[in-house]
Design a protein around this ligand. Sequence first.
Ligand code: SF4
Length: 189
Amino acid sequence: MIPVTDLKQWAYCPRVVYYHRLMPGAGVMTHKMREAISAQEWLEHLELRRSLKKYGFEHANRRFGVWLSDPDLDLSGRVDMLLQTPDSATVVDFKLTSGPPGDNHRMQLAGYALLVHHVLHLPVTTAFLLRIPDSTLFEIPIAPVLLERALHAIRQVRVMAESQILPDRAPNRPKCADCEYANFCADIW
Ligand code: SF4
């Protein structure tokens, strides 16, 4: 199945998904990626003691690191924090980033929203990105158009994996500086 993180990477640069799927293990984990993993573990402990009021899900059941997968969607993923009531849900993604949420983060949250809807049969109309360095919370509306884009990205990833054709490089070249596959894209340097 396609991991939700591939949807995020597809929005960032389709080539990252190509390398990840067709050359597994080839990427070099960057310092930023290692920092993000340990920061996430630390934040889980912190969030456990915090109120859910800021999410508008004060009495929800809170779970961390929830794995969801759906064969019909051909999608799977691990939700950092899932807040669930009997009739609705929201997902929270923890990010070690300094900037505002990007299109890639929105795609990732849309992927989780699709999974929650298909697996748990609960609507997700709003999701959240919690920026780790300053604990800023960003509310991301999960509009139908965003869900449709995520479904389209799933189809595109599937086509790319079957054709094994290298996609175009990232349109925004500064992205390449932080990329784990920088050594594989000889045409950008
Ligand atoms: S180095 Fe740049 S073009 Fe190559 S995969 Fe990374 S982001 Fe994409």
